[in-house]
Design a protein around this ligand. Structure first.
Ligand code: SAH
Length: 478
């Protein structure tokens, strides 16, 4: 960290601005907005600076800069177009132990000014540490779009009621729960509508009810791995959670986005060689929700696609625990997109089926004839181990042995690999077949998680691949 971030209270404090041009005017304007007492040293002033000086809003203390002026200020800003003068100001400030900013000369600055998203009293400051103000401004624009306008009103009302909430709720977790519940409910709607009277009433009502919060579970789909594919709802839920129960499929990039002090429980990892059993996960969900926590159940992909999300919610419903569901991008959709494989295509596939490879050994629970129909794409989840079986049955039920297929491992992640071939070679592609691999160029095992795509569309990977993963150079079979 090259710079120490801070917000300075400049109300009534003297700040020396050297220079009287448009840049100095801009700096003076933001200093005045923050309530600073601006002392100006400049020979010529812009029209606005002249007016402000005449109105007494700023104080022109000198026409030219001299070292002694530094003593009068807590901060110094040099905004002249005279390089030599700017350097003199910086040197004098340095000698006088005052923080100084020289506009556009980072090497002369002891403090720099961030790009700001202003939702007063909420302010978000963005800095690239002086390396690229343009980048910082771009980021600011993106954040501007994300941070709702009404957040300032929410913060203002919260500030005014902070003490009464403190009196009512003795412990920090209780207070946090109160605020989080308030900010997520109707209070927020009223603030969005800029309806201050109703927002005040809502806060009072919720405070009066003095309800200890009921637990709540949010079932969140984390998508296939690339953190950029999370939904805004998912991110917000992860940021508001007390406890997060997550699966092995959830990528580390995504886990990093969970609120720092939330309890994170890995229910997918093998503990002592054993995966946490589904019943144990269900029991944990119930336990935390019944304690009054905001629980996030974070699952790879979409919770309702081969995710057992339904089963977990049934348990919660039976116990009367409220919940909501935030869908995620399922592996087939995400991985196929990042592999450049359109799941449907007017020329090749009029439908797509999402199927699981975890069927009974004799295949009796599956309608293979329907899966083997041509002009459709099969996206096979959890299929690598049974690849040989799947390929054999599809071919036996009529799917052409030379149907293109692809195995996408770690789809959407930096280590994504795509191996393509034909259906009869599927066991080789997943490298799980009992046969010896005789395809010269096939050097990689399909790492997991891996998705198998079967259908003519898989061949389009060669033309439409676009995602530059670390493993782009991987050999392709067939
Ligand atoms: N609910 C998840 C699927 C869980 S089943 C979803 O909607 O995506 C687990 C299977 O999903 C894995 O065996 C694999 O086939 C597939 N899968 C999950 N993430 C994947 C990824 N990043 N790349 C490829 N396949 C993935």
């Amino acid at each position: 960290m090259n710079y120490f971030p801070m917000f300075a209270d400049l109300r009534g404090r003297p700040v020396l601005v050297v220079g009287g041009g448009t840049v100095a005017e801009r700096k003076t304007q933001s200093l005045l907005d923050a309530g600073a007492k601006v002392l100006l040293a400049a020979r010529e002033l812009t029209e606005n600076l002249q007016t402000w000086a005449e109105e007494g809003r700023i104080c022109r203390i000198a026409e030219s800069f001299s070292d002694g002026l530094i003593r009068q200020a807590v901060l110094v800003i040099a905004a002249t177009d005279d390089e030599e003068l700017n350097r003199r100001v910086a040197d004098a400030a340095e000698r006088g132990n005052k923080l100084v900013n020289v506009v556009d000369r980072q090497e002369l600055c002891s403090f720099i000014v961030p790009a700001v998203i202003d939702r007063s009293p909420v302010q978000i400051a963005v800095s690239s540490g002086g390396t690229s103000p343009v980048l910082a401004r771009r980021l600011r624009l993106q954040i501007e779009q994300l941070v709702p306008q009404h957040i300032g009103l929410m913060a203002q009302i919260a500030g005014e009621n902070r003490e009464s909430v403190k009196r009512q709720f003795g412990s920090l977790p209780e207070r946090r729960q109160f605020w989080e519940q308030l900010f997520a409910g109707r209070f927020q709607d009223y603030c969005t509508q800029n309806n201050r009277p109703q927002a005040d009433l809502q806060l009072k009502a919720e405070l009066a009810a003095k309800q200890t919060q009921q637990g709540f579970v949010t079932l969140v789909g984390a998508g296939p791995g690339d953190a950029g594919l999370l939904t805004i709802h998912a991110l917000q839920a992860m940021q508001a959670a007390d406890v997060v129960l997550y699966d092995a499929l959830v990528s580390t990039d995504i886990l990093r986005l969970i609120r720092k002090d939330a309890e994170k429980i890995n229910v997918g990892k093998r503990a002592g060689g054993h995966k946490v059993r589904q019943e144990e996960t269900n029991a944990l969900l119930l336990e935390y929700a019944q304690k009054g926590c905001r629980v996030v159940r974070l699952k790879g992909g979409d919770p309702f696609v081969f995710g057992r999300g339904g089963e977990e919610l049934q348990i919660l419903a039976e116990a009367g625990i409220p919940f909501k569901i935030i869908p995620g991008i399922t592996a087939a959709v995400g991985a196929a997109a990042y592999a450049g494989i359109p799941l449907t295509h007017r020329d090749y596939a009029q439908s797509v089926q999402f199927i699981t490879g975890q069927c009974k050994a004799d295949g009796s629970d599956v309608d293979w004839a329907s899966f083997a129909r041509s002009n459709q794409t099969l996206a096979v989840y959890m299929g690598t181990i049974k690849a040989e079986n799947i390929a054999a049955r599809l071919i036996r039920h009529g799917r052409a042995a030379d149907t293109p297929c692809a195995v996408i491992s770690n789809g959407t992640r930096q280590n994504q690999t795509v191996v393509t071939g034909v259906l009869s070679d599927l066991p080789y592609l997943t490298a799980n077949g009992r046969h010896t691999c005789n395809l010269q160029c096939l050097t990689v095992n399909a790492a997991t998680p891996a998705l198998i795509v079967i259908g003519e569309v898989a061949a389009l990977h060669h033309r439409l691949a676009w995602f530059q993963s670390e493993n782009t150079a991987v050999a392709k079979a067939a």
